[in-house]
Design a protein around this ligand. Structure first.
Ligand SMILES: [Zn+2]
Length: 364
């Protein structure tokens, strides 16, 4: 692939192609935006365009040829001049929690390597993924490298949280913003790139909520339909649940999130407690199903909802829930979500939220 194949974020892509064409390449970039929208892929494709032996000019600037020796080396990760640095896991001082971070030793190695001239390419490119996870020492080392920019060295910091990076670092970078991608563009890419049927492509695009990286992961998965159908069955059970069932249902919410986690690409958030992550993903999927049901109640055609596409025989399976039940359950799940984000006990939070919903329902 090349820069032209990135799905969405056309403004960012145009800016990078122009920089290649005009030779006005910044010493450092900060690619900022939500996770899974293509920041890292774009960084690698930009490195290819900078170093391509047969650069291709188009109306917007310069792109890579994708087939020369340099492009192939970068694609396979064997180029000595283009490095992707990712956070590594380590234990904290109590040797309990495994956290991911960009370590200072990695940054020192990058700094001394950046002093040497490129081996085979025009530019040496260092891509630092999840740069906000740099330790204080590592961030200082990045700052020193940015303060004394070496010739033909490009550093690309990738972050989902620009505010978590020191201002002194960001101010030395050209900030390139990335955003969510419209569903129809993701659908189109899935049909053209994966040869998917359009209904399946639409499902993956809707589930990804504007994140092509997730949509591609869904597209490769065979179990996505089963997962969505389990979410719908679980919603049916929760809506009419009795108090005695809440422990089992809480476990099913966590299991639902766990099966989604198997499909989704790993990210820095994976260092968090797995049960909490699964619970949050389970809740989000249920909220998606509820949103579909509310949309149908508000007059939207079932064919346009996310979960419709997972059904074998959708029309026979539309359940019409009481709107007040859906609203109460949404409130209970949102409350649980907030508590889980604040580190509340996972199982207890889910059980109490479901009980609150069940008892509130019983009063009417
Ligand atoms: Zn090339």
């Amino acid at each position: 692939m090349a820069l032209k194949d990135i799905v969405g974020n056309e403004g960012a892509i145009r800016l990078l192609k122009m920089a290649c064409a005009k030779g006005k390449v910044a010493h450092a970039y900060a690619f900022c935006g939500p996770a899974h929208v293509g920041k890292r892929t774009t960084a690698v494709q930009f490195a290819k365009a900078l170093n391509c032996l047969n650069q291709v000019a188009d109306g917007e600037g310069v792109d890579s040829c994708d087939i020369c020796q340099s492009c192939k080396h970068i694609d396979s990760g064997t180029s000595l001049d283009v490095q992707v640095i990712t956070p590594t896991a380590h234990q904290d001082e109590h040797e309990e929690v495994r956290a991911l971070s960009i370590r200072v030793d990695n940054m020192r190695r990058m700094r001394s390597d950046a002093m040497l001239s490129a081996r085979h390419s025009r530019f040496k490119v260092y891509i630092i993924d999840d740069a906000e996870l740099a330790t204080e020492e590592a961030a200082n080392c990045i700052l020193k490298t940015l303060e004394e920019p070496a010739h033909n060295v490009v550093i690309i910091l990738i972050t989902t949280n620009q505010m978590a990076l020191p201002r002194t670092v960001i101010s030395r970078c050209q900030v390139v913003r990335f955003g969510l991608v419209p569903a129809h563009k993701i659908t189109e890419a899935l049909v053209n790139r994966f040869g998917m049927e359009s209904y399946a492509a639409t499902l993956c695009a809707k589930l990804s909520k504007g994140r092509p990286g997730l949509a591609f992961a869904f597209a490769k998965s065979e179990s996505i339909k089963d997962t969505i159908n389990e979410a719908k069955r679980l919603l049916e059970h929760i809506i009419v649940a009795e108090p005695v069932e809440v422990i089992k249902l809480s476990e099913r919410i966590i299991a639902l999130g766990a099966s989604l986690s198997k499909i989704l690409p790993s990210s820095s958030a994976d260092a968090a407690e797995p049960e909490r992550k699964h619970a949050l993903r389970g809740i989000d999927t249920l909220l998606g199903c509820i949103r579909d049901n509310l949309a149908i109640l508000c007059g939207m055609q079932a064919e346009h909802t996310m979960t419709h596409f997972a059904e074998e025989a959708p029309k026979q399976h539309i359940v019409h829930y009481e709107p007040r039940c859906l609203i109460r359950l949404t409130e209970a799940l949102m409350k649980a979500r907030r508590a889980l984000m604040l580190n509340a006990n996972v199982q207890l939070t889910l059980e109490v939220s479901l009980l609150r919903y069940v008892y509130a329902n019983g009063r009417n």
